[in-house]
Design a protein around this ligand. Structure first.
Ligand SMILES: Nc1ncnc2c1ncn2[C@@H]1O[C@H](COP(=O)(O)OP(=O)(O)O)[C@@H](O)[C@H]1O
Ligand SMILES: [Mg+2]
Length: 262
């Protein structure tokens, strides 16, 4: 973890979140908070409710109970548009990119919300629209440099190895210039080298861009290395919350991972 990074106030506060799908209780009465500039990990066995939690934060799922407070504002009915507007971006457990489009164009799609121009205005005022396009391209090129993917900027994403596709997906999320970045298993399925690269980029984003990170990750080594605080879910309930060291030695967590009968 970097020396200069200052962890700030609570910017995201989740209170008593419950989410059900018919009879399935995906999340039961979960509360935790996220502080500005921190790396906050969510861990837990498969089916624990981790992805559902991210989907609640960015408005894909609407919880039946609970409250989401983001920068002091209550979002009882957060939706994906409101979340994106508020500065929340995410990547998905399964890569969701346009496989036939180039790296550059995929990352450009992350700028959608920032683009003011529309087709009619473009026709009437070609000049301003073109200037705007140039500014967006410049931002995208910055991200491409930051993620060290200049050499593949014109390559269709479908032709890239898995690790690089995940990096492009990170790039697209960064194109929205988020204040909070939600990462759903960014290192799953990667080899050791790809994992190390991804770890470094996540830490660079956190450190150099100041972005707050909420991260779901299975690799405990990675979680223990890069997170400031960890929340542990099991069967839709929160069973632990604290520093990596505290969580690692928590008996409930050890039991959950060893599959002790409930
Ligand atoms: N859209 C959905 N419809 C029905 N059940 C769902 C849906 N999304 C998640 N679930 C259920 O909620 C529980 C938690 O899933 P998930 O959040 O994906 O867990 P995790 O990411 O920790 O593996 C699981 O039992 C899963 O089957
Ligand atoms: Mg998941």
């Amino acid at each position: 973890m970097s020396e200069g990074r200052q962890i700030g106030e609570v910017i995201l506060d989740l209170k008593n979140i419950s989410l059900r799908f018919g009879g399935v209780k995906a999340l039961t009465d979960i509360s935790f908070d996220v502080r500005e500039h921190e790396v906050r990990a969510i861990i837990g066995p498969n089916g624990a409710g981790k992805s559902s939690m991210l989907n609640v934060i960015n408005g894909v799922y609407r919880p039946q109970e609970g409250d989401i407070i983001f920068r002091g504002e209550h979002h009882r009915d957060m939706n994906t548009y409101a979340a994106a507007k508020a500065g929340i971006a995410r990547t998905f457990q399964n890569i969701a990119l346009f496989k036939g489009m180039t790296v550059l164009d995929n990352i450009m799609t992350g700028r959608n919300l920032k683009m003011k121009s529309n087709f009619l205005l473009d026709a009437l005022y070609w000049g301003p629209a073109q200037r705007e396009e140039i500014a967006h391209r410049r931002k995208v090129e910055e991200i491409i440099d930051f993620l060290e993917i200049q050499h593949i900027r014109k390559t269709p994403v479908g032709r890239l190895p898995y690790g690089l596709q995940k990096r492009v997906e990170l790039g697209r999320a960064l194109a929205a210039e988020p204040s909070i970045l939600l990462l759903d298993e960014p290192m799953a399925g990667m080899n050791v080298e790809e994992k190390q690269d991804m770890c470094r980029f996540v830490l660079d984003v956190n450190d150099q861009l100041g972005t707050t990170i909420v991260l779901i990750e299975h690799d405990m080594g990675v979680v223990m290395d890069i997170s400031d605080r960890v929340v542990v879910l099991d069967y839709g309930r929160k069973i632990a919350d604290g520093t990596p060291d505290a969580v690692r030695s928590n008996q409930d967590v050890i039991d959950a991972y060893l599959g002790v009968a409930h």
